[in-house]
Write a protein that binds this ligand. Structure first.
Ligand code: R5P
Length: 281
């Protein structure tokens, strides 16, 4: 049985009721709950971005409700929030990625199906904390979209973390360093350095990453490719958060086109994640 939450209505007809109480807290109801047979397999589609915190609470509530009928629950969460804080750099930091995954497991989730999960940095099925995660990459779709527009393109990831998205296509990874956290209320680490030895003079370049958030990484990568004489530069990421309208800044830096998947729907969503999971459902 498949359930779609209200924020996935572009992926399937919603069959979970979601409302807000007057104080903003989440109300969730699964009307078909009594029709779920004991231990029946169910798959829940839910977006946990934007409004990550309340979307995660909704997810916890849906999972606990489904768990009253079955232990056989998987969830398709197109963009997994809190995936970036997967290392403890400073003393006393929260390892958010693991804690969120453990909470999902505690709520009854057997398998999380997601796309280019930031901390996994490889495709396949893995155990992370107490949770099993099937990590599907949208790299093929992103590269295919641009390949039609390019001649013999050079495929690049802007850092080692996303190298798994390009290495099996003969692509290369740039080297990237970030600064330490700035003294501010915002937990931001700006890109301090990016370099590559790749010869791209006169060539079309496709830059692929797992996500574009504030755009700092992609802007630096585009600037570097331009400096090294690339002909045309195309940028694609699985998850387009595009904070502070940064897609326009990436174009302004010299990119021909910027795209993402519909894990976070926007005008830049050109790759449909459903094409990569239809066989699984
Ligand atoms: C970093 O390790 C990721 O692969 C992305 O490059 C990064 O999260 C993108 O963030 P931003 O767009 O803010 O540079």
């Amino acid at each position: 049985m498949i359930f779609f939450s209200k924020n996935c209505l572009d992926l399937g007809a919603p069959n979970v009721e979601m409302k807000k109480f007057l104080d903003g807290e989440s109300y969730v109801r699964i009307p078909a709950l009594p029709q779920i047979a004991t231990e029946q397999e169910v798959t829940l589609f839910h977006r946990a971005y934007p409004e990550q915190d309340s979307s995660l609470i909704q997810l916890f509530l849906m999972l606990k409700t489904l768990k009253r009928q079955t232990d056989n629950i998987s969830a398709v969460i197109p963009y997994l929030p809190y995936a970036r804080q997967d290392k403890m750099v400073l003393e006393g930091e929260a390892k958010s990625s693991e804690y969120v995954c453990n909470l999902l497991a505690e709520c009854g989730l057997c398998e999380l199906i997601s796309f280019d999960v930031h901390f996994l940095k490889q495709k396949g099925t893995y155990r992370y904390g107490n949770l099993r995660i099937k990590n599907i990459s949208l790299d093929e779709g992103l590269v295919k979209y641009f390949s039609k527009k390019c001649i013999n393109p050079l495929i690049i990831s802007p850092d080692k973390g996303a190298s798994y998205m390009v290495s099996d296509k003969g692509g290369i990874a740039m080297e990237k360093k970030r600064k330490a956290y700035a003294q501010s209320e915002l937990a931001i680490r700006r890109v301090s350095m990016m370099k590559t030895d790749a010869d791209m003079k006169g060539r079309d370049v496709i830059i692929i990453d797992d996500m574009i958030a504030g755009g700092g990484t992609m802007i630096k990568a585009v600037e570097l490719c331009r400096k090294k004489g690339a002909k045309r530069i195309f940028c694609g990421a699985t998850h387009g958060l595009f904070l502070k309208d940064c897609a326009k800044k990436i174009i302004g830096a010299g990119a021909q086109e910027v795209i993402s998947s519909n894990s976070i729907p926007s005008e830049y969503s050109k790759i449909n994640l459903m094409d990569s999971i239809r066989g699984l459902l």
